[in-house]
Design a protein around this ligand. Structure first.
Ligand SMILES: Cc1ncc(COP(=O)(O)OP(=O)(O)O)c(N)n1
Ligand SMILES: Cc1ncsc1CCOP(=O)(O)O
Ligand SMILES: [Mg+2]
Length: 486
């Protein structure tokens, strides 16, 4: 099977924790857990273990600049975060590079004091973060002691957290999370103040000593979501869910405050937010006809769907299209760009020329369309999906599986959308094919928020749908429902 794995890239700008539980080591592990490629600018070294920080050595400013130069000469960095920055000179250097390279989606974790009490940002550094870095950031994530310093007030209640959030927002950063883990309560409240919304996130207080690196981990998790193209609120909620999960599976290594288990992310939904073809998630199949004939409306739907978590989009422009060839090419190229920007794969239905011209990632073909062998010969880099409607078609196609990324099996249920659809194969038919298929099985036809979980429970690796998306008034929920097993 051909495989193409797409990895968004993120950056951590932070200090090294040689003990591996916090700092940029925690960031890299978290990003890996989110299937995001991590790059790093090392702002300083710490000699550190689970007992605390024994020594600190900041990186020379020239070397910080050189690391930024190297990374931005090469990588397409979609989101970045800062951790320990040590002093005002280093904050200044980071702020200058943020401007120089137009660093996108910057999350500032204003690390000031390590768990054992060592100072990781001096007093002038705190002022520099406020003045030089926060106005350039998308989000800042202080814990209570950090929020007290940034807001210049004591914080002893949830109300105080809200006031502190507003004061910090006035520094010029549009979004703030004040983390309340230090409040003496059995529930941990984190106050989220966004540009247009505010809410508390809650989690249980965890009664063990292994919480080293929690701040780094949450901010990296959010940064990972941003790198993958999630909306900020989604990235925050997913990051928080990740933290809540792994904090309950922390590791007993070392003899002091142990680290989190960043790899313990055995959430059944996880595979559906990943990248790569083993983890297709719901596929949006769409043509201008489905969306009042308007290419712009189609582009908007594709953009929103990608941002809601769709990882594969297929353009299925049929003969009835009102578009001429040139307009079709323009549309396909625009959709490919939207998909690339959002780390989603872009497929074309049937049309090999259009797939090649638009630099699509893949092509989907039916039993009577362009042959798989011809595609492999003409465009060996294209991923290929093949339609299968019956067990007979499956058996007839077995020699092609070596070339396929997936098979689209259906219609599973009756569909109004495809006029020439064959008879529904049903859940039992799908199950029988899944049992024999060496490639992922995507169920299509009559997929809705109600039927998707039955198709997935029958063994499908993912679903593809048209009307479920075009009729949706909440794409995020639709993607969630189309990814969910019972
Ligand atoms: C994922 C997926 N599965 C099946 C189809 C149907 O393709 P095909 O059989 O070629 O029918 P048309 O789409 O051409 O009407 C698909 N497009 N995608
Ligand atoms: C393209 C295609 N192939 C088999 S059924 C179908 C149409 C799916 O549309 P809907 O998701 O609205 O049932
Ligand atoms: Mg076809």
């Amino acid at each position: 099977m051909q495989k193409k794995v797409m990895y968004p890239t993120a950056l951590t700008i932070a200090g090294s924790d040689c003990g591996g539980g916090a700092g940029l080591q925690a960031d890299i592990k978290t990003m890996q857990a989110f299937e995001v490629y991590s790059t790093s600018v090392i702002v300083g070294l710490t000699a550190q273990n689970t007992y605390g920080v024994q020594d600190v050595m900041p990186t020379p400013v020239e070397m910080i600049n050189a690391q930024f130069d190297s990374l931005y000469a090469d990588f397409d960095i979609k989101a970045a975060k800062t951790g320990a920055l040590f002093d005002a000179d280093r904050v200044q250097a980071v702020a200058e590079n943020v401007v120089k390279y137009g660093v996108k989606n910057l999350v500032v974790d204003p690390v000031m004091v390590a768990k054992g009490g060592a100072q990781l940002l001096d007093d002038n550094g705190v002022l520099a973060v406020k003045k030089d870095l926060l106005p350039k950031a998308l989000l800042v994530t202080p814990n209570l002691p950090e929020a007290k310093l940034l807001a210049g007030m004591t914080i002893e209640s949830k109300e105080d957290m809200k006031t502190a959030g507003l004061i910090i927002q006035e520094s010029g950063v549009p979004n703030v999370i004040v983390k309340g883990g230090h409040l003496e309560m059995e529930t941990v409240y984190d106050y989220v103040l966004l540009e247009d919304e505010e809410f508390f996130m809650t989690g249980p207080k965890v009664h063990n000593e292994n919480k080293h690196g929690t701040g780094d981990t949450l901010s990296s998790a959010i940064t990972s979501g941003l790198a993958k193209g999630l909306f900020l609120k989604q990235a925050i909620v997913e990051g928080h869910a990740y933290m809540n999960r792994i904090i309950n599976h922390s590791l007993f290594v070392g003899h002091g405050h142990g680290p989190l288990n960043h790899g313990n992310w055995a959430d059944p939904n996880k595979v559906r937010t990943g990248f790569g073809l083993e983890v297709l998630g719901p596929q949006l199949v769409i043509e201008t006809e489905n969306i009042s004939g308007s290419p712009r409306a189609l582009a908007n739907l594709v953009k929103s769907a990608c941002r809601s978590g769709v990882k594969v989009v297929q353009l299925r422009e049929k003969d009835e299209t009102k578009l001429n060839w040139e307009d079709k090419v323009v549309l396909a190229k625009a959709l490919k760009q939207i998909c690339s920007d959002n780390h989603s794969l872009f497929f074309i239905d049937d049309d090999l020329d259009l797939a090649i011209l638009s630099h699509a990632d893949g092509i989907h073909v039916g039993q009577s369309d362009t042959s798989v062998e011809h595609i492999v010969q003409q465009a060996p880099n294209l991923l290929i999906g093949l339609s299968i409607s019956t067990m007979e078609e499956f058996k007839k196609s077995e020699h092609l599986f070596q070339h396929l990324a997936y098979i689209g099996v259906g219609p599973v249920f009756a569909t109004q959308t495809k006029k020439d659809a064959k008879l529904p194969i049903g859940l039992d038919g799908l199950k029988a094919i899944k049992a024999k298929s060496p490639v992922p099985v995507i169920g299509i036809g009559g997929v809705s928020e109600e039927t998707a979980s039955r198709i997935l429970d029958a063994g499908a690796d993912g679903v593809a749908a048209i009307s479920a998306f075009t009729k949706s008034n909440n794409l995020y929920k639709t993607v969630f429902e189309l990814s969910k097993k019972e």
